[in-house]
Design a protein around this ligand. Sequence first.
Ligand SMILES: [Zn+2]
Length: 317
Amino acid sequence: MSDDRVVVALDVGGTGMKCALVRPDGVVVRTERHPTGAARGPAAVVGTILDVAGGLADKARADGLTPIAVGIAVPGVVDEARGVAVWSANVGFRDVPLRDLTVKRLGLPTALGHDVRVGGLAEARLGAGRGTGHVLFVAIGTGIAAAHVVDGTAAVGAHGAAGEIGHILVRPDGPRCGCGRPGCLEAVSSAAAIGRRYAELAGETPDAPVTAAEVAERAAAGEPLAGQVWQEAVEALADGLATGQALFDVATIVLGGGLAQAGDRLLTPLRAALHERMTFHREPQLVAAALGDEAGCLGAALLALDAVGVRDHQEKR
Ligand SMILES: [Zn+2]
């Protein structure tokens, strides 16, 4: 069956935008990357988003394809129902009606989504959680956020803020979180927190920060301090995931973001720590994300396809 339909997908991050034309079966036919240029201010970023989306739609038509919808993923707080980018620390959005602006400019149905939620959507439907139905996708980088995906749909929450697993309280006497409260999971187990904790205990200067990946490497090489810091982070992460499992009873937890690139150095001790915490709850599979940094863009495409009622016929759920 020939199908010339594509959706325009954009994943807008703090530094760059990943953009693509994606067919209904999930095949990517064109990719582009553009700088976000967040320092120019939110109005200029919106202008770039509209230019890039319009340009991709034009290129699709020039190639004999038919753009049918647009999907845009943005960070921060996103009101998906109203299509509004409510707030973003990275990009500076404050109540930007991005969906309506895109519809007006391109004349195509448009869906707006949250970057981690659409990343989870992609991992659940096309990536590491494929075929397992109930998935918790946890992105661990500078911060920690999650998406709970059931049968191919990510829960948004009443206020567009579902999935803030990074702000589960795990260490009441722990370091202060960016949100202002001490002891959040994100303040202990994010990649940024691991680097800070190691530097603090090692008495290193903050202008030469150790990355979480280096801490993982040093821990694997047998350095006691790195081993301690890594294990602290793993234990706190297991506490957070055990809470997630008590709430959601998922089949699969997919770990994404920069920290997941530590692979088995993270997964092996984390599986053991999570196993210890399970009583009557069923233990989820714990796996690394499969789609890398393409997940957000693919998820934006899925959101666009969902918005026009086109569900990938090759998807197995
Ligand atoms: Zn917090």
